[in-house]
Each structure stands twice: as C-alpha cells, then as structure tokens.
Design a protein around this ligand. Structure first.
Ligand code: HAM
Length: 425
C-alpha cells in the first residue's frame, strides 16, 4: 500500500506565513475603520440550523439550493456551514434582545464563509468576508453610511480604482408587480434561455437578469427587458433618489445599473456591488464587495419589523487587487547558540529573559556542532548571534556576533539587555 500524502479539501486553501501579513494588514485596517464608524465586532458560530438560511437567503437561490455544506448531525438536526454572515448576525441580533433593547445597532465581522461553488481565481469554497450590518435605521442615510465606510476602507487599503454599481430592487409592495412583468416578458423567451433560467422564470425571475451564460446575457441585452426602475413605488423612488443625492454630497461616485440583482432573496430597495477598476464592468465573479438593504429579514425571522442595511467584502478578492506592498519590517531576530550541555540550558534561560524584554530571541533547540547551529541561525534570518560556551560561562560573559559584518565582541552577561537595547534601537 502506498502512503499518499493527504491534501487539503478542494476550494479550501492554506494561508501561508509569507502571506499572512497581508491578511493582518487588511484585518487591522478594517477594525480601525469600523471603530471610526462606531461599529461593534460580533462573532457568530460557523454552524447554524439549515432552516435559518433556507428561510431567509431563499430556497430557490443558488446559495441555498446548490452551494450549502449541509449535513445531519448526531442528534438528527440539519445543520449548515454558514454561506454568508447577514442572517447569522440578524439571528444573533434577535436572539440576544438587541431588536428590543437597542434596535439601532451596528455590527461588523471578519469571518470564514462556505459555499460549494466551482473553485477558480478569486472564488473559493472557504472564503473570508469583512461584513457589516446596520440595524434600525430606515432612511437612505444608513445606506450611504455603509457605502461610505466601504469606500473609506478600500482607499485606506490602497485600492483607489473601484466602481460602485447601484440599483433599487423595490420593496414588498412594488416587487410582486415587477416580478409579474418580468415573468410575462421572459416566458416567450424561455426556449432560448439556459435550463437554469427556464426554471428561474417561475422560481426567481430576477436571477435571470444576472445569469452568467453568455447566450442569456446577449439575448436579454438585445431585448427591451422591463426595468425595475419603471415599477418602483413612490416610497422606493424617493429612497433611491435621496440616496443618490447623499452619495453626491459625500462625493462618492456611482454607476446606476438597472440589471443589478443579488443572489440572495432578502434584499429590498438598495442593492450595490463594488468592482475593481473604473469601468464598473460587471462579471458576476469579481465583485470585491456587495450588499444592500433588507428591511423584511428581521420580521421574516420572527422578529419585529425593523429595517437594516449591510455589505460584505471578500478578503481574497481584496488581496487580488492589493497594490504591491513590502512586508512589514521585523526586528532583527537574535539566535542563541551553545557549546556544551550546561550552556544549552543557559541559552534557553537567556532567550526567555530577552523575550521578556521584547527581543525576538531564539535559542537553538537542536544542538550539534557550532557550524551547524550557525547555519540554522543564518537560514532562520538571524542578524545577531549570541554564543555561550565554557569560556563565557567561566567569565560570565556572552559572545555577540554580527553575522552581516562578521564582527564579534564579548559582553558581560548581566549587561546584555542594555547592550542589545542600544544596538538594536
Ligand atoms: P455576496 O454577494 O454573496 O453577499 O458576497 C459578498 C462578497 O463576498 C462578494 O462580493 C465577494 O467579494 C465575496 N465572495 C462571495 N462568494 C465568494 C467565493 N466563493 N469566493 C471568494 N469570495 C466570495 C453576501 O454574502 C451578503 N451577506 C452581503 C451583505 C451583507 N448584504 C447585506 N449585508
């Protein structure tokens, strides 16, 4: 039997040490911006009851219908790895009494999400979102606030070129009328649409507008497809035009796209996506961020009628757009080498003391010849090496060697902290 090495699960990737600093940069910057905007961090479990997502994201959506990691646990309950964060945060908002005691609350999360999609560049099965949800404020000011937050975050990350694409999806008053118009328009075209779209005409007609198949796209673009903007009720029209006026005041550019729809059913009114580049070119796979308003979700989950708006940025997609950055400078590492067994114990003790004083000191743990220890220290990136041998033990000193300059000097053991502080400051 051959011993094949076990590999990671398709679409689930390791983030290696050489890349982790980019993640930390993004996460730290996001936390700073959220703090400036007064959003509080929330962490919800990766597993939720399947029902939570099917009820709110929508049974007929690709996310629920095709992409969830769902299983029955040992108690017979159907559970799913969360495919997105909004409904989990909404559940927590209700479960912990925020809806009742502090309806105007805003939360953010940095968390992994799971969707069984076809993995490709910028599309994974475990991916990470920076998300935010602002509850309790019905007006377009809240929509503009979360849009401004995203723009500020992206520009702090060094992403200057992006386009915000905007649409209104109407509310539960005007949506049904538009859906019917769309169904009436699409039905005669059904034979020319892809099998998925043929199904969607009844189950989720809006999604036909967003189909990735080139034939469906060109067919729809060539026809005078009914636009939601022509069906919006007065309240939705006012909301959408006021949002545009606020965005102009905030000097946030946007592109209106009457065909922008979202792959989750809970949205009402404002929907937006952010794409790399200035052209606003939309290809379903490359949105860096997306979100919108979902004023019915809280009541659909059994809570009071409370409005909400939010977004989620994909960290992997931000990384693809990040400008070339040098890795952050780290303090030069110190390696401690020993000759002889009593020195071995001493270097470990000294390394601990140095770490307590803030120096990244690493005692050689493997031993062997001094040459081998030097080689490891060099490979590990050490610039300064501290050596303790029999002589140093006898006269209570340590030998400090600069690997770059090939210079060395003896330092009294008791003075090593101040010596290093002076040298490395
Ligand atoms: P979404 O459009 O499904 O919305 O995902 C938001 C972002 O997550 C996308 O724009 C993309 O950057 C990233 N993303 C989605 N799927 C993948 C994937 N398979 N691989 C890599 N990145 C991906 C939501 O999830 C909503 N919960 C957003 C929201 C928050 N709406 C209101 N509040």
């Amino acid at each position: 039997m051959t011993n094949k090495t076990v590999q990671s699960v398709r679409g689930f990737v390791d983030i290696l040490p050489e890349d982790v600093w980019k993640w930390r940069f993004i996460e730290t910057t996001a936390r700073e911006v959220f703090q400036l905007y007064g959003f509080e961090e929330i962490r919800t479990p990766v597993l939720e009851k399947t029902d939570l997502f099917s009820r709110s994201v929508g049974e007929a959506t690709d996310i629920v219908g095709k992409e969830m990691y769902t299983f029955t646990d040992r108690s017979g309950d159907s559970l799913s790895l969360r495919p997105e964060g909004t409904v989990a945060v909404a559940r927590a908002y209700l479960e912990h009494g925020f809806a009742k005691n502090r309806p105007e609350s805003s939360f953010y999360y940095l968390a992994p999400m799971f969707r069984h999609e076809r993995p490709q560049h910028g599309r994974l099965r475990q991916f990470h979102q920076i998300g935010a949800e602002l509850f309790g404020i019905p007006g377009p000011e809240a929509d503009a606030e979360v849009i401004a937050l995203q723009a500020d975050l992206l520009s702090r990350l060094g992403l200057k070129d992006f386009s915000l694409v905007l649409n209104s999806l109407g509310c539960r008053v005007c949506q049904p009328q538009y859906h019917q118009r769309l169904v009436n328009f699409l039905e005669p075209l059904a034979p020319q649409l892809c099998p998925d779209c043929r199904r969607r005409i009844q189950s989720n007609p809006l999604r036909v507008l967003d189909c990735k198949e080139a034939e469906c796209q060109s067919l729809l673009r060539s026809q005078s497809v009914p636009r939601i903007s022509e069906s919006l009720c007065l309240v939705c029209q006012d909301h959408f035009s006021e949002l545009q006026a606020i965005l102009k005041t905030l000097e946030l550019e946007f592109i209106l796209d009457p065909f922008l729809v979202r792959g989750l059913d809970y949205y009402t009114r404002t929907a937006f996506e952010i794409y790399p580049g200035r052209a606003g070119g939309r290809s379903r796979t490359d949105a860096i961020s997306a979100g919108g308003r979902y004023d019915e979700l809280i009541s659909e989950l059994g809570g009071p009628s409370l409005p909400a708006v939010g977004f989620a940025l994909g960290i992997e997609r931000i990384i693809l757009q990040l400008p070339e950055l040098p890795p952050p400078a780290t303090k030069p590492a110190l390696a401690l080498l020993a000759v002889g067994s009593s020195a071995r114990r001493l270097i470990q003790k000294l390394a601990r003391e140095l770490k307590a004083n803030g120096f990244p000191a690493r005692a050689d743990l493997k031993g062997g010849s001094l040459k081998a220890q030097f080689h490891r220290a060099d490979r590990g990136g050490a610039e300064l090496v501290i050596i303790i041998g029999e002589d140093e033990i006898k006269d209570q000193t340590v030998m400090v060697r600069d690997l770059k300059k090939s210079e060395q000097e003896k330092v009294p053991a008791k003075d090593i902290v101040s010596y290093l502080s002076n040298r490395l400051k």
